[in-house]
Design a protein around this ligand. Structure first.
Ligand code: MG
Length: 314
């Protein structure tokens, strides 16, 4: 089954980048590589593996070069990376990523504090990055963060999100990922947001990126699916959080998104038990139980919907 837009649903696994950059513990490089290799073999098709930001800003991802260079590259899996600027892109290109992503906040204050640049400066910075990424033949994703609420500016106007999403597309990105960075949005707000954004950007080019701070993430994913969105960002075990949102419990969990999708007949191609096992590899290092509820179900008693929707390889 496809979504309302008719396009098949794709999941973008963001745990190795977005998940880890928001965790306190630094995961050793060899563990990280083994973990990404395991995630690569679960049927996931898109994985954002790291970020080429300054290592003094994000020490969790200081090993970006080694990770991208040394992970196994499974055919039909696209390995993306985040780059903040041209310098980051140049570092990344040496190790041949399959896609790049850029990042900007809809909230001017958040952008200033998080990136140290105004929205105008950020967009200006993107122009040469997009040109060079295009030259390298790479697909480009544009992240828009704080699309519903901002810790500094409060409620965000969906009209402003729509304008910035359109501007991003005009600059040359292939898709825009709408991030509820602090996880405050509800389905009604997500619907209003998508109503506005989809007037300016084709719905097949919109991804959604939800955090579960207020327990709304899965409901928000379903709302987006109902609106025709077919690209869902998620993080195995619900890894991640947000330094700007006290108590933030992390990104929506990939296993719960897979379960939600398969439960409505939408084939993800993801092997759920394999995904849960892969998630566990790094969970032990972080020294805490998974945030996701599904990941707490013992593997041997995972519910298999009638018609068996994932391979059972134990
Ligand atoms: Mg996130």
């Amino acid at each position: 089954m496809n979504t309302g837009s008719g396009a098949p649903v794709s999941i973008v696994e963001v745990a190795p980048r977005d998940g880890l950059q928001n965790e306190h513990h630094i995961v050793p490089t060899d563990v990280k590589i083994a973990w990404i290799n395991a995630l690569s073999r679960t049927g996931l098709r898109r994985i954002e593996v790291t970020s080429f930001v300054r290592s003094d800003r994000v020490p969790q991802l200081a090993d970006a070069e080694i990770v991208l260079a040394e992970i196994d590259r499974i055919p039909n899996v696209a390995y993306g990376v985040l780059v903040p600027n041209l310098q980051g892109l140049e570092r990344a290109l040496v190790h041949r990523p399959d896609a790049i992503a850029l990042f900007i906040a809809v909230s001017e204050t958040f952008n200033q504090r998080n990136i140290g640049a105004s929205i105008e400066e950020s967009f200006a910075r993107f122009t040469p990055v997009i040109a060079d990424a295009r030259q390298a033949g790479l697909p480009i994703r544009g992240y828009l963060s704080t699309v519903i609420g901002c810790p500094y500016e409060g409620v965000i106007d969906p009209g402003k999100v729509a304008e910035m999403a359109e501007r991003f597309m005009m600059l040359g990105v292939d898709e825009v990922s709408l991030g509820d960075t602090i996880g405050v949005g509800t389905p009604a707000q997500v619907k209003r947001l998508l109503d506005q954004v989809s007037q300016r950007v084709p719905v097949t080019r919109i991804a959604v990126h939800f955090h579960d701070t207020y327990g709304q993430a899965l409901a928000n994913v379903q709302t987006a699916l109902d609106q025709g969105v077919c690209i869902i960002d998620s993080s195995v075990h619900g890894l991640g959080g947000c330094p700007f949102a006290p108590g933030a419990s992390g990104n929506v969990a990939t296993e719960e998104v897979v379960y939600l999708l398969e439960g409505q007949g939408c084939r993800t191609g993801v092997d759920l038990p394999a995904l849960l096992r892969a998630g566990g590899l790094v969970g032990r290092i972080l020294g805490r139980p998974p945030v996701s509820r599904l990941a707490r179900v013992p593997l041997e008693s995972i519910w298999l919907n009638p018609g068996k929707i994932w391979n059972h390889r134990r």
